[in-house]
Design a protein around this ligand. Sequence first.
Ligand SMILES: [Zn+2]
Length: 63
Amino acid sequence: MDKKTLSILVCPKCQSKLEFDKNTQELICQNDQLAYPIKDGIPVMLVEEARSLAATKDDKDSE
Ligand SMILES: [Zn+2]
């Protein structure tokens, strides 16, 4: 995952820039609290595939 590739990637949901998490090998959208997986070096930019980082909280779907 090179920095150039990362810089062009945006969240498909909110179009914000993503952060690469080295530990989990995921792309993080801080805005939505979603983590997009990277499969075989290819980022999976699908909201349906993303892991919710806010899942530990009890207030789901509160906007
Ligand atoms: Zn987002």
